[in-house]
Design a protein around this ligand. Sequence first.
Ligand SMILES: Nc1nc2c(ncn2[C@@H]2O[C@H](COP(=O)(O)OP(=O)(O)O)[C@@H](O)[C@H]2O)c(=O)[nH]1
Ligand SMILES: Nc1ncnc2c1ncn2[C@@H]1O[C@H](COP(=O)(O)OP(=O)(O)O)[C@@H](O)[C@H]1O
Length: 190
Amino acid sequence: MAKGLLFVISGPSGVGKGTVGNALREKLPEITYSVSATTRAPRAGEQDGVNYFFKTRDEFLSMIERDEMLEYAEYVGNFYGTPRDFVDQTLAQGKDIFLEIEVQGALKVKEKFPEGIFIFLLPPSLDELKDRIRGRGTETQATIDHRMSVAVDEMNLLRHYDYAVVNDEIDFACKRIESIIIAEHCKVHP
Ligand SMILES: Nc1nc2c(ncn2[C@@H]2O[C@H](COP(=O)(O)OP(=O)(O)O)[C@@H](O)[C@H]2O)c(=O)[nH]1
Ligand SMILES: Nc1ncnc2c1ncn2[C@@H]1O[C@H](COP(=O)(O)OP(=O)(O)O)[C@@H](O)[C@H]1O
């Protein structure tokens, strides 16, 4: 059986990764997203095991020690990581897997899965990005500023990605990602 394809979607905080991801899952219910572990506190409405596996710092460090993470990174004061087993099992079942992770983690995944498909979601502008983070209402002014300065550094790493998708309109962004998925499945893989 052919293995599934691994897609990594990155992009700065507030660009719309969650929103586009939800829209994509609605359109393509068969796609599988990896659920990350994090030490960040849950936001209102977030569920353990659905949005993230919420962990204490000690629990997260034990997972790293037991080599259970495919990759992990520290982002704005918290740890985030991808549990390895679920990714391996999904690919072995011939299914595609989608990772929504920040750029340091994405670059580590690229070392382990150079055949992965790396997609960067871009905002129409930096002003629009700031408005979206602010508009979501989940961050303090200090974390907005921190996330914005990280965003500029992250966008400088765009060259490591295979595709750049602008999230101007959710439907358009989804269509672009769907097109990438279709094209990658039509590719003649060695
Ligand atoms: N490296 C890595 N980054 C992750 C993982 N899960 C989520 N992230 C990224 O961590 C960053 C912060 O996530 P979060 O606090 O949920 O904020 P949001 O993405 O701005 O809503 C985002 O760029 C996520 O894509 C993971 O497992 N590994
Ligand atoms: N294409 C878009 N146009 C306008 N607003 C958007 C768009 N995509 C997302 N948003 C809004 O921007 C904010 C941040 O989106 P979110 O999905 O939480 O971003 P991320 O997961 O990348 O941090 C949310 O309030 C969301 O409703």
